[in-house]
Ligand binder design. Structure first.
Ligand SMILES: [Zn+2]
Length: 374
């Protein structure tokens, strides 16, 4: 099955998070025609919901392989050379919002599923598709996984179709991602005249050594699959316009990108301890946007790499770079890797994917299924 018409039909649904605009219906119809059992899952309430999600499955027993992805897209923004929802094809490129991230990949998955069904292959194949990956993701994949666990749908392995390729299709498979933590630090003091420091308490004097200690720590030396964790102070604010006033408050903000030798909670505890030791009168707010995770290179990554090389001749790099994705939820369920189209144009104007790449991706996914389900 040529994945191009389905990719176009999906792009023609302007499913900007949290709108579905018919996208999951298009997908459900294509999968239903192949014999999949479809479950539409609606979670949440305003303002972050309700969110439309879809679970589809065919076959039974083991192994159970799952494709995962999202049908939502980021807003189109200004300055497109074509209608972002017309799914224009020209010069070998499919142009439209979601072409790369990740409606092209969804179509390639369905194409691979069609070949799988036609083969009468053993095992079970499922689709885990959310309408909220680009948004808060509160009522998306995380909630589908809860539902899957409650209903005995936990797969043995999962491939997420995010656009992981960098320069050409096949050059990069993601086997994990770093975690991310943001901290907002506010140190309170007592305002006063600079000439009478004993009658004031300068918060800057407390904030600076706290930040110096945080920044001086070597968090780790990196691991086999991750670069070293890094703490970056990204903002400092006092906002004192006077030369003769000791300010009452000083603030800082920092971000840590951390590998799997740390947890968000451990780093949060460390930051709180250091800041409160230097500045007992302080307030620290911490948000962990994702924990680090790694699917150790093994059966699943080897299988995907083998399929990539067989179809493209490219030896993929196994990488843990980049931001977070829904794989951060799936990792608690089963081994997960991410592989998809080149992503240079994702979230940009004139987002596009090469038609040849979408077709080659369908062949790669097909080969993945042939290796996984036999
Ligand atoms: Zn995406």
């Amino acid at each position: 099955m040529d994945p191009l018409p389905l990719a176009q039909a999906l792009i023609r649904c302007p499913s900007v998070t949290p709108a579905d605009a018919g996208a999951l219906g298009v997908l459900a119809e294509a999968l239903e025609a192949l014999g999949f059992k479809i479950t539409r899952l609606q979670f949440g309430s305003p303002p972050d919901g309700p969110v439309e999600n879809l679970f589809a499955t065919i076959g039974s027993g083991a192994p159970h392989f799952a494709f995962a992805g999202h049908s939502d897209v980021v807003p189109e923004g200004q300055g497109w050379s074509v209608d972002p929802y017309a799914a224009t094809v020209g010069n070998g490129l499919l142009v439209g919002r979601g072409a790369a991230d990740m409606k092209g990949a969804l179509a390639a998955m369905v194409s691979a599923a069609q070949a799988h069904v036609a083969r009468n292959a053993p095992g079970r194949l499922s689709f885990i598709i959310t309408g909220d990956e680009e948004g808060p993701a509160t009522f998306g994949t995380d909630r589908i996984l809860d539902w899957m666990a409650e209903n005995n749908h936990v797969p043995d392995m999962c491939l997420v179709g995010e656009p992981t390729s960098v320069r050409k299709l096949g050059d990069c498979i993601k086997i994990g991602r770093r975690g991310s933590l943001n901290a907002w630090i506010t140190v309170n003091g007592a305002q006063g005249h600079v000439a009478y420091p004993d009658r004031a308490d300068n918060p800057v004097r407390r904030l600076i050594p706290a930040l110096a200690e945080l920044q001086a720590r070597v968090l780790d030396a990196g691991t086999d699959w991750f670069s070293r964790s890094n703490l970056e102070i990204v903002d400092l604010y006092v906002g004192n316009p006077a030369t003769n006033v000791i300010p009452a408050q000083a603030k800082a903000r920092l971000n840590i990108r951390f590998n799997d030798s740390h947890s968000g909670a451990e780093l949060a505890g460390w930051i709180e301890e250091v800041v409160s030791r230097h500045a007992p009168s302080s307030d620290v707010k911490i948000r962990i946007s994702g924990e680090a995770f790694l699917t150790e290179p093994g059966a699943l990554s080897a299988l995907v790499a083998e399929a990539v090389t067989a179809e493209t001749g490219v030896q993929p790099e196994l990488s843990t770079s980049g931001g977070t994705s829904d794989a951060r939820f799936i990792r608690r369920m089963c081994p997960v890797v991410e592989f998809g189209l080149p992503g240079q144009s994702m979230h940009k104007v004139d987002e596009h994917a090469s038609v040849d790449d979408i077709r080659a991706l369908a062949r790669i996914y097909d080969r993945v299924l042939r290796l996984a389900l036999r």
